[in-house]
Ligand binder design. Sequence first.
Ligand SMILES: NC(=O)C1=CN([C@@H]2O[C@H](COP(=O)(O)OP(=O)(O)OC[C@H]3O[C@@H](n4cnc5c(N)ncnc54)[C@H](O)[C@@H]3O)[C@@H](O)[C@H]2O)[C@@H](O)CC1
Ligand SMILES: [K+]
Length: 500
Amino acid sequence: MRTAHSVDAVRNAERELMARLPEGALMKRAAAGLATACAGLLKDLLGRVYGARVVLLVGSGDNGGDALYAGARLARRGAGVRVVPLAPGRTHPGGLAALLAAGGRVAEDPFEVLATADLVLDGITGIGGHGGLRPDALPVVRAARGGGAMVVAVDLPSGVEADSGEVTGEAVRADATVTFGTYKPGLLIDPGHERAGALRLVDIGLGPYLPSVPELEALQHADVARLLPVPVGESDKYRRGVVGVVAGSARYPGAAVLAVSGALRGGAGAVRYVGPGGEAVLARFPETLVHEGPPSGAGRVQAWAVGPGLGDGSWAAAAVADVLAADVPVLVDADGLRLLAERTVRERTAPTLLTPHAGEAAALLGVDREEVEAGRLAAVRELAARYGATVLLKGSTTLVAEPASGSASGSASGSASEPGAAPPVRVNPTGTPWLATAGSGDVLSGLAGSLLAAGLPARDAASAAAYLHGLSARLASRGAPVAADDVAAWLPEAWRNVVG
Ligand SMILES: NC(=O)C1=CN([C@@H]2O[C@H](COP(=O)(O)OP(=O)(O)OC[C@H]3O[C@@H](n4cnc5c(N)ncnc54)[C@H](O)[C@@H]3O)[C@@H](O)[C@H]2O)[C@@H](O)CC1
Ligand SMILES: [K+]
């Protein structure tokens, strides 16, 4: 599991640790890890550190200090290091002295050195930065990218808000980010994540001083493997769980097929389909149990997934209300989200999982889509709190938030967090831009619904589904476009990849 902590948590931990260490020791630890990472990258790039051309972009804070001490280490190994001070007169004095003593120099012409640099270290701002890059930094940052050097961000790409991943205006676009002590939420959530490049974590000894419950967590293979249901000898289809899928319409019969295709690969023992797309579903998946009346008359199910391609006719509205009245976990997606009342969801006693994309989340919150996209973490938390439901906010870095315990009964998922506090938001690390394709959300709904029916708590079902879904798209794509149908077809391979 990768975990990220807030700036406040990092600063508190740093304070406690620093009180036990000699002055400056923590920064030197950070700089040593940073220099080692840069030396490794230079060796991959050039086969050597000696003679490499390194430029340091340095702001007014300790982030610049890290860059300067790391630059000094690289200079001692024979790299030609030049510093571009973006806040002249406020450059970290100890760091600058160390760099100059090691043979580094202040660049006379920033643009000249950036044009020929092999590696640029972005030490403009770290966790103390706010409000995006300042105008005076923009031409220098653009020249760094334009010169073709590898750009390595120190702790965080400058311009990215550490706690949210928000970018106001412009931010550095790094090839790699070397971060200290713990990941920061902004490194794992878009738009910040996408600016960070490959992530490396340097241990500076903060671990024991960080809160045990992080702000954010990203599951890895082993975590997901532990969550996935495994049938045992005496399992039958009912014990494995039956998932009910309410999806599709005369206009969108394909949504029914895609949602069922995801549900069939999600671990439930059987899939019941309810809606007007039964014929299309059976033609493709004869193993589906099809029902035409209201969902409540369909027979036993352990969880429902409702919404993809439903349209907004009266049948759809009645079906959504019918499903929400059931005392089993319910996933609501797509058109279903337009047909639900906040109060109905809040009053449910069984878990509810909402799976909006940014546009749908914006409609539920009554704000603009851009606001949700820029502040995804705040949006998913707000939705979970308002609806008292688990919320999966789709996107390139899909997020899963749980409401604080007590705000919705039945939706706790065994988290180790304090009573009353919401557990950490989960961010999915397997997404790929190729997943932004029509119908892929329908597959995800069926898959997550199936995992709910198999008995996973809503937060686990949502995060395991997002993980498998992203991985499946990556496996299917291998760099080429994929269709939603491919994503569904590759789910068994993704599952094997995770548990194998
Ligand atoms: N506190 C510690 O013990 C450690 C801190 N470390 C480093 O220190 C960093 C935090 O240092 P600071 O708290 O000094 O903060 P930063 O260095 O991140 O930035 C704060 C400085 O930048 C200015 N600033 C804020 N927003 C700006 C913007 N948009 N454009 C330009 N300048 C802006 C502020 O006026 C302030 O002077 C971490 O990210 C990490 O790199 C590491 O050395 C590990 C140890
Ligand atoms: K930085």
